[in-house]
Design a protein. Structure first.
Length: 150
């Protein structure tokens, strides 16, 4: 069972295919068919993070306080600072315009990432991820305001 958990922990979620087998048995299979592991024997149900509901596979619940939201926030803050600084120091933008450029580029990339999730591999758009992106943009703009007044 520990070996099965280790195998499932190493597999990217995008390679996961949960299928329904004989009545109460769920299998975890990779796209390249390297491993078949019984997820129903692992603690917490499926190791891949999907739930079986009436024969359909559903993604994990989207929670507010997760590492993913922290990453969204920090990356958006970094991108806002980076693109604002680039527009300010290497472009000819004034301070306010550079903040707008950093905000718009960061927001555009965040929306693009969520659209890729929606129409790409995950098939779901997360409004909570976008909210974390917006929070990060705000933090990045606050940092730039503080830095420019120093």
């Amino acid at each position: 069972m520990i070996m099965a958990f280790a195998l499932n922990a190493m597999l990217p979620e995008s390679q996961c295919l949960c299928v329904t087998a004989p009545p109460n048995m769920r299998l975890h299979d990779t796209m390249n068919h390297d491993a078949i592991v019984s997820c129903s024997m692992l603690p917490g149900g499926t190791a891949c993070g999907h739930r079986q509901v009436a024969g359909q596979v559903q993604n994990k619940p989207d929670r507010w306080f997760t590492q993913d939201k922290l990453v969204h926030c920090l990356v958006s803050a970094y991108m806002t600072v980076f693109f604002s600084g680039y527009a300010l120091w290497y472009g000819s933008a004034a301070e306010n315009e550079s903040l707008k450029i950093g905000m718009l580029v960061s927001l555009s990339l965040g929306i693009g990432k969520e659209l890729n999730d929606r129409y790409g591999r995950k098939h779901s758009l997360s409004w909570k991820d976008l909210a974390a992106d917006i929070l990060g943009i705000g933090l990045g703009m606050l940092f730039m305001r503080w830095y420019l007044t120093e």
